[in-house]
Design a protein around this ligand. Structure first.
Ligand SMILES: [Zn+2]
Length: 231
């Protein structure tokens, strides 16, 4: 099974830009109304654990650094698995910290959006190479995380031609995974435009190439579905 974890992927743009590989056979919005705010680490960690971890995570000093033990996640049901850059588990904290610093630098007038975007795309490329190498290894579950729609979206969600390029890039990743695997595509939250910028929206995105009888699932419901894919 492959899980393509796309931070901040917005349902409306997936439809509008006709990203058919992201939509797959079945797709919809997720229900994240159980969380007080759409926070990245909180939602991904809750997805992995199959339960709402908001209270626990917000108690920690720096929630970006929060890490679950794999035993607490659906990965514990599999012998051979790989999770690339997944928030709350294998998150590359230093790289993401740098990206958040660059965001601040932009708002302080120290760098341009172009410089910020360049760093985001570089990180994206690295994860992409790692992800497709992992797929070749035939793990029972490979989960690849890509922050691009979120990182670029924060400064450019209202700039549609640019976001279309980002969404088409993610659509190509989904296409390249191919039909040989069960594929779940999932986002923690979507985005909404605030002028040219973007802020998190209060639902996420899901799609599958297999029937899972979902309409508007809670993000915490997926653990069971993933474990059932073990067969
Ligand atoms: Zn996020």
């Amino acid at each position: 099974m492959i899980i393509l974890a796309l931070d901040g992927l917005e349902y409306k743009y997936v439809k509008e830009f006709k990203c058919k590989n992201l939509m797959q056979k079945y797709c919809g919005k997720t229900d994240i109304s159980e969380f007080s705010e759409p926070r990245t680490v909180v939602i991904w960690s809750s997805f992995l654990a199959g339960k709402n971890l908001e209270k626990e995570i917000l108690k920690t000093k720096n929630f970006w650094e929060f890490k679950l033990n794999p035993k607490e996640t659906f990965f514990s049901k599999f012998k051979k698995w790989k999770a690339i850059d997944v928030p709350g588990l294998t998150y590359k904290s230093e790289k993401h910290k740098k990206e958040r610093e660059l965001l601040k630098k932009f708002f302080n007038g120290e760098i341009t959006i172009r410089e910020y975007d360049k760093a985001a795309f570089k990180h994206h490329k690295e994860n992409k190479a790692e992800f497709f190498n992992a797929i070749k290894e035939n793990y029972q579950v490979t989960m690849g995380y890509f922050a691009l729609a979120d990182t670029i979206g924060h400064l450019s969600f209202g700039v549609k031609p640019k976001m279309k390029i980002v969404y088409k890039e993610l659509d190509k990743i989904a296409e390249k995974i191919g039909e040989n695997n069960k594929l779940l595509i999932i986002s923690d939250h979507g985005m909404k435009a605030v002028g040219r910028y973007g802020d998190h929206s209060n639902y996420g995105f899901w799609s599958t190439n297999f029937f899972a009888d979902l309409d508007r699932p809670k993000i915490t419901q997926f653990r069971k579905i993933i474990e059932l894919c073990k067969g």
